[in-house]
Design a protein around this ligand. Sequence first.
Ligand code: ADE
Length: 232
Amino acid sequence: MNYHVLTLFPEMIEQGMGHSITGRAIKNEHIHLNVMNIRDFTENKHRKVDDYPYGGGAGMVMQPQPVYASYEKAKEIIQQQGGSKKTKVIYLTPQGRTFNQEIAKDLAKEENLIFLCGHYEGIDERVLEEIVDENISIGDYVLTGGELAALVMMDAIARLVPEVLHNDISAEIESFSDGLLEYPQYTRPVEWHGKKVPEILLSGHHANIEAWRKEQSYKRTLERRPDLLENN
Ligand code: ADE
């Protein structure tokens, strides 16, 4: 999996991806991260990336030229790496389709994902029309820019890339992979604050433990996210 991120805040992306499981996946080259600063692609001496909106209104709009040039550079890098056709350009925007586990699974099949992060009041529509394959939102709220949304998506997709999680099965059993929430987990000590670990988990009886966990998953989903059961 090759991630390419077009952004005005490259440090946010590098920092956000550089720790824990995603950090290890990058170090072990299961994931490649190519972060491009859109400002490096300006053609004006002040490195200006935005301007006033035609028609007036608050805020500034990102100009098409540096966005397009950074996209072209990402495409060039993809070509050099073997020119895979499995490339999608994703624009992070509250106007997009809402991200979920299904979309994460689909995108995990791509070889290259280019994330375009906007700031200010948005990006000139003409460049979006030319380069964007998918508009994606991470939820019905407005962020100050697309970087946090890109990080959320890259994290969720990364853990579906084979080899990224050491323990392969954990991607399978966790919340949402079977449409249910995860069952409760316990570790040592066996008693904490007067609360005991459910006896069945200490029994060593694998079939019973599995049945108990299934039931817990179902109960929990019914209690906390009944909408998930309706969709099944
Ligand atoms: N940019 C600003 N808000 C966003 C959101 N909710 N999802 C994706 N990108 C965004």
